[in-house]
Design a protein around this ligand. Structure first.
Ligand code: ATP
Ligand code: MG
Length: 407
């Protein structure tokens, strides 16, 4: 079938009342950015849906694959826009049905938002169904559980016909929810945490703590690869790589062995806190999960969290590990995450870390040495890389959006 449009249904943003325009505009910009490298299409967004008008020869499969990754899209359907006549609707439904296997079942669903169209929904449904039965041999109607569902939408401008609906990711358009700083290790959890906040419309920048020579170049490359996968959903993401060796060594020098892990995490949080202000973000995100390891007991999180007043979001807090793994597989980060690597935290992890750290104790150890200059040095020496998939930069797509705003 040669389609001439892709119909894009909005997710939750349809609930957003007066803010809807902002959400739709953002979604359109994100859709354009995701399709940017491709040719032969025009994006038309209105209040309740978006149509992507396709030129002949447009790569519809690739377009659908890209749209499936854009947050804020509930579902998409390749559609045909036809004349507003019963004959055209019959003919198109028959064209679809001719591709179905003998013995298959089908159903016709009509939606008629143009209330002036001379036939009502029921008449159309029956008429089109009869046309399909007449034109084919072994198809039968099954209204409850059909193999194929031909949908016919009679709208003001035209009739749209389609028989496939592809689920999108849902959520909200990225960029409508502010900016966060994701603490990205090479593990399974933190990339999934990043996806979760992006799904709710927040943009991310990522921070990774790297302790050469204890952690290798390979560990860094792994984090770059994970960032690339996240970027395939939203366009370029900034990855900030923090040289963490000096801080970590110093912690291990002055802090009691059982408290080094707590203190190391507190140092990470201090660095992240400084950076989040620099990038004008409003929350730190991590992959912590209640009870998973010693640093993720409530008391540990309390001790680590107490060095910052910035909100720390933990989207995976209450999930079971198997659900996190399932999500990691769905988003394609799992295979990268399970490659062996050394994390700066595990390298210095003591045999018997305290699981219920006492804040006063950790503060006492940290007061033995003035850590602030080392924290600042780590921030000053951050290496920032912008990692993209194949998307154009944000700036390009914003300019284009403003130029042809439909509102
Ligand atoms: P993950 O699978 O994300 O590594 P984890 O179960 O291994 O998580 P931890 O190693 O205890 O858990 O880390 C908890 C969280 O701390 C991580 O999810 C991540 O957000 C952050 N984190 C840990 N190590 C680093 C690192 N080297 N750089 C940046 N963030 C880190
Ligand atoms: Mg880890």
């Amino acid at each position: 079938m040669i389609y001439d449009h892709i119909l894009v249904r909005y997710g939750e943003l349809t609930l957003k009342g007066a803010n809807r325009k902002i959400f739709v505009n953002k979604l359109r910009a994100n859709v354009k950015r995701s399709l940017m490298p491709l040719q032969g299409y025009k994006v038309k967004a209105n209040r309740d849906r978006m149509y992507i008008e396709l030129d002949e020869g447009a790569d519809i499969d690739e377009m659908c694959n890209r749209l499936k990754k854009v947050f804020g899209i509930y579902s998409i359907s390749p559609v045909l826009k036809i004349d507003k006549t019963v004959e055209a609707a019959n003919e198109q439904a028959v064209q679809f049905a001719k591709d179905y296997a003998n013995g298959d079942t089908f159903k016709i669903d009509v939606k008629r938002s143009d209330k002036n169209f001379p036939y009502d929904t029921y008449q159309l449904q029956r008429g089109i169904g009869a046309a399909v039965l007449n034109a084919t041999k072994d198809l039968t109607v099954d209204v409850h559980n059909p193999d194929h569902n031909i949908k016919v939408e009679v709208r003001l401008d035209a009739i749209y016909v389609y028989d496939k609906t592809i689920a999108g990711l849902g959520g909200l358009p990225v960029g409508t929810g502010g900016k966060t700083l994701l603490m990205l290790s090479g593990g399974i959890d933190s990339p999934v945490a990043g996806m979760e906040v992006m799904r709710r419309g927040a943009m991310i920048e990522a921070i990774h703590f790297h302790s050469p020579p204890f952690t290798s170049e390979k560990a860094k490359e792994k984090v770059i690869e994970l960032t690339r996968i996240l970027a395939s959903h939203v366009g370029p993401i900034k990855l900030h790589i923090v040289p963490f060796t000096d801080l970590q060594k110093q912690v291990n020098k002055v802090v009691h062995e059982r408290y080094t892990m707590t203190s190391t995490r507190r140092m990470m949080m201090r660095v992240a806190d400084k950076l989040v202000h620099e990038i004008d973000g409003h929350a730190i995100v991590n992959g912590e999960n209640l009870g998973q390891v010693a640093s993720q007991t409530l008391k540990s999180m309390y001790a680590i969290n107490s060095v910052t007043s910035t909100p720390v979001l933990r989207p995976l807090l209450t999930l079971d590990k198997e659900d996190i793994v399932k999500r990691a597989k769905e988003i394609g980060t799992f295979d990268v995450s399970i490659q062996p690597y050394e994390d700066c935290c595990t390298i210095f992890t003591p045999k018997n870390p305290v699981t219920e750290p006492d804040i006063e104790k950790v503060e006492k150890y940290e007061n033995i040495f003035d850590f602030e200059p080392l924290v600042q040095q780590a921030v000053d020496q951050i290496e920032t890389i912008e990692i993209s998939n194949d998307y154009q930069s944000d700036k390009d797509s914003e300019t284009q959006t403003l130029a042809d705003d439909l509102f």
